[in-house]
Design a protein around this ligand. Structure first.
Ligand SMILES: Cc1cc2nc3c(=O)[nH]c(=O)nc-3n(C[C@H](O)[C@H](O)[C@H](O)COP(=O)(O)OP(=O)(O)OC[C@H]3O[C@@H](n4cnc5c(N)ncnc54)[C@H](O)[C@@H]3O)c2cc1C
Length: 429
């Protein structure tokens, strides 16, 4: 909890019967023990924790066995697609192609699940997120779109256990991994979960990012937020804040990315799972000029389990989604910067941590042997994260217009993407 490795998945909170709770959700958002638990209860929670330990190869073997496809960056898969929901409303409501929400709605309508675990913006505090069990199309859509501040889906493990019926579950990699560990242990809290889906995962931000964004626009009180979106409007969408006063503040998603180095949650830097490798189906944005220029919304979809693949094919046949197969190489090139960040950067950053004598995560595998230039590049990136994460740097950036900083950030990102384009051909070690 204090090691910077906590990914806030929420399992400890969800399994503790309210004796562990998240502290200041607008601050560090860390679990706090309010009342001691028994040794057996701690063991159960410790087993579900994925911040410190999760054995990728062993879990992969156990869940998926042999699959037709596997890539160290993307994990195991049956098939790879670019796609989107065919219902235009659904497609627009989603973060990219609306695929994840379309799948949940399809399963619900077919009676294959009775509810879906999704994350929506809180009704009581619309600037924070909250997990819910959605039992209608409307409720699933309320949870659509990506939330880039901390979410702790597994804090509702108690409600999941008490739910009468079958569930689909959507979570980030650390959250999904925790559910997998609980399933492996035969834990009663996850017995209702029949399908697991999830978005790709670059990083999450502290709530300070929202506060800083507001301050840059001259708004001092975040409790005046009426609605907060991270991907509003046509893909890739805008960060949009609607205030009680009626004021609307909007910034292109790519420009709002400038908040990342100032407010990134440190665990994101050590997480090596970019594509949500333990889901039945995972989805990310189809980042490629050919799709980005067309707008509307396209997802890159990885069908990992046989059940996931069959479900996608069935939905395609019934005219619910559009799917076009893509090659492994196209996928790698589309997210080369993401893989570079997670499958190279994270391992190098972890080694830096080890050199400093800090706790490091054990994922049961390690990638190494990167070129010296890449290690030097990481030194620069890590120093930037350290410097830009300070109060002084955050204060400084708020003196500039977010549009200006955003444009600067987007240009740097494009350069980074170009420089990592050929990542697959480079020596991995
Ligand atoms: C924090 C975060 C980081 C991401 N980083 C990348 C990236 O670097 N590259 C990339 O290609 N894609 C990334 N994505 C995924 C991308 O933004 C889309 O979520 C993905 O393309 C699926 O789109 P969709 O339209 O099918 O999903 P939708 O139909 O919009 O459904 C999204 C589902 O995910 C759930 N969800 C949303 N946010 C969260 C959250 N924070 N925690 C738990 N569940 C959540 C929703 O409740 C919903 O059920 C990220 C997503 C998140 C949440």
């Amino acid at each position: 909890m204090r090691s910077e490795l906590c990914n806030r998945c929420g399992s400890c909170v969800g399994l503790s019967g309210d004796r562990i709770r998240f502290g200041d959700r607008e601050g560090k958002y860390l679990p706090e023990i309010r009342e001691e638990l028994s040794d057996a209860e701690y063991d159960r929670i410790w087993n579900a924790c994925t911040g410190g330990r999760f054995d990728f190869p062993a879990m992969r073997k156990q869940i998926f066995g042999d699959t037709p496809g596997f890539h160290t960056y993307m994990g195991p898969y049956q098939e790879l697609y670019i796609g989107h929901a065919l219902d235009p409303g659904l497609r627009e409501a989603g973060a990219s192609g609306g695929i994840l929400s379309a799948i949940l709605i399809y399963l619900l309508e077919k009676g294959r699940i009775d509810g879906a675990v999704v994350t929506r913006m809180s009704r009581r505090k619309p600037w924070l997120t909250e997990p819910v069990i959605a039992t209608s199309r409307e409720a699933i859509l309320e949870g659509a779109q990506s939330k880039y501040i901390i979410t702790s889906v597994n804090e509702i493990l108690g409600s999941i256990a008490a739910f009468e019926g079958r569930l689909a579950y959507v979570g980030l990699p650390g959250q999904v991994q925790s559910v997998r560990k609980l399933q492996q242990a035969g834990d009663r809290s996850v017995k209702n979960i029949k399908y697991i889906f999830g978005p790709f995962y670059g990083n999450t931000l502290h709530f300070s990012s929202v506060r800083s964004f507001l301050r840059s626009h001259g708004e001092k009180d975040h409790t005046r937020i009426r609605k907060l979106y991270f991907r509003y409007g046509e893909w890739p969408g805008n960060m949009r804040v609607e205030m009680d006063s009626g004021r609307i503040i909007e910034l292109k998603k790519f420009h709002a990315n400038y908040l990342i180095p100032f407010h990134i949650v440190r665990n994101s830097l050590y997480c090596t799972d970019f594509t949500n490798e333990f889901t039945d189906i995972s989805g990310g944005d189809a980042w490629a000029p050919v799709y980005e220029e067309r707008g509307k919304g396209f997802s890159l979809i990885i069908a990992r389990s046989v059940a996931g693949r069959d479900l996608l094919k069935e939905m395609e046949k019934e005219g619910r989604i559009d799917l076009s197969p893509v090659t492994e190489q196209e996928c790698i090139e589309m997210h080369s910067h993401g893989y570079d960040f997670k499958k190279r950067g994270a391992f190098i950053r972890t080694r830096f941590r080890k050199l400093l004598g800090k706790d490091i995560p054990d994922f049961g595998y390690e990638l190494k042997g990167f070129p010296f230039s890449r290690i030097m590049m990481e030194l620069v990136i890590s120093t930037l994260f350290l410097v830009l994460g300070t109060g002084a740097a955050r204060w400084m950036v708020e003196r500039f217009s977010p549009e200006f900083i955003g444009r600067l950030f987007e240009r740097s990102r494009t350069r980074w993407k170009r420089s990592t384009y050929r990542i697959k051909r480079n020596e991995l070690g």
